[in-house]
Design a protein. Structure first.
Length: 374
């Protein structure tokens, strides 16, 4: 193996920087620049019980030793192996989530590989001769660019018209032309912590959403703005191409893309962030009811009224007689279900798109009967 007579300063310097970076991350430190989901996904990734960051530190140590001892041939072989392994990791991130810290390490591997390859092939180190083409470099470059694009895409988040999107437990994606969406807005408003994300199913929706944006800025609630926007007039042709209008169209398109990427083409589209507090209140209410019934039974047994404690037999209703879905609410009582939850947990209203907007063409009780528009 040919040994260079020149010290490999650049790959040694890069190896030291990369080693310090992996050491820093491996010890549990974090960088503010890493804001993607992949950073959390891969920060504790392990192979054979050892953190991947320690493998990276070991790899850069080996490359640094080859550079310091002036063995570009051995360093080039190691750099090729490490770059190939990094290409596999880049492929994994494409199908999961990109990690900025991992991409930084990948950049170090790539630069060190180029330096050691040039030092190994050229008699004069750091000469400006054109290096030979490499299939591995091409493959790695394509994978790296795809991951960079995924990072940029992840940073363009959805846009909320109303509600605190960072703390809201419910995210509602709706269209102004969807009657079921209107019912969802009415049912959720003021009852749960919800963030509203408008999408445009039809061309006329853009004018309505633009009207809602203006109304919310003036202090109107999303529910009131939704009702008022139904009579909004289409915007003039040139007004649709102003910077503000183009930005709004981009935000609406991002919201709609999020619905599609989530595997749904139906609105209203509702997402949960954690456990809504209403569900925990329902659980506590059920537990309290059971405890009250248990205490009542115990009192009846002690009083010698065991026959009264026995539940009455359930009689089947006569054929053709319909039973009400829910018991009538008395004054002061509350429904344990979420505002948008049906008695049988089925979908009570949805808009599927098509040739015409999902409109109110019939009297429909709010989220009580299964119904869909296709």
């Amino acid at each position: 193996m040919k040994r260079s007579t020149n010290i490999l300063v650049l790959p040694l310097f890069l190896s030291v920087l990369a080693f310090v970076f992996c050491l820093w991350i491996g010890l549990g430190n974090r960088f503010e620049i890493c804001v993607t989901a992949g950073c959390t996904l891969f920060e504790d990734a392990k192979l054979a019980g050892i953190s991947m960051w320690w493998y990276g530190a070991a790899a850069f140590t080996a490359l640094g030793i080859c550079s310091a001892c002036r063995y570009p041939g051995a360093g080039f072989v190691l750099a090729w192996v490490f770059l190939f392994a990094d290409a596999l990791l880049l492929t994994l991130m494409i199908f999961t989530a990109p990690c900025i810290n991992c991409l930084v390490v990948a950049g170090f591997f790539f630069l060190i590989f180029l330096c050691l390859r040039k030092a190994d092939r050229d008699s004069g180190y750091m000469s400006f001769q054109k290096p030979a083409k490499s299939l591995l470099v091409t493959l790695w470059s394509v994978l790296f660019i795809i991951n960079i694009g995924a990072v940029l895409k992840s940073e363009v988040s959805t846009w909320s018209l109303g509600g605190n999107e960072k703390t809201a437990s419910v995210h509602l994606f709706y269209s102004p032309s969807c009657s079921a969406c209107r019912q969802a807005v009415e049912a959720l408003a003021g009852k749960v912590d919800v963030a509203y994300y408008p999408v445009a199913e039809y061309p006329q929706d853009f004018a309505r959403i633009a009207y809602m944006v203006s109304a919310v800025k003036k202090g109107e609630t999303v529910n009131a703005a939704f009702q008022q926007a139904q009579s909004a007039k289409p915007l003039p042709f040139m007004q649709e191409f102003t910077p503000e209008a183009l930005l709004l169209k981009f935000r609406i398109l991002r919201n709609k893309a999020h619905v599609y990427q989530s595997g749904s083409k139906v609105i209203p589209f509702i997402e949960y962030r954690g456990l809504p507090s209403q569900l925990t209140r329902n659980m506590r209410s059920e537990i309290a009811k059971l405890e009250a019934e248990k205490a009542k039974l115990e009192e009846q047994v002690k009083a010698g009224r065991q026959e009264e404690a026995q539940p009455a037999p359930v009689q089947n209703p006569a054929p053709g007689v319909q039973q009400p879905a829910t018991a009538p609410q008395t004054e002061g009582s509350t429904d344990d279900r979420l505002p948008f939850e049906t008695p049988d947990s089925s979908v009570s209203g949805a808009c599927y798109g098509g040739t015409a907007p999902c409109t109110d063409d019939e009297a429909m009780p709010t989220f009580q009967a299964p119904r869909s528009r296709k």
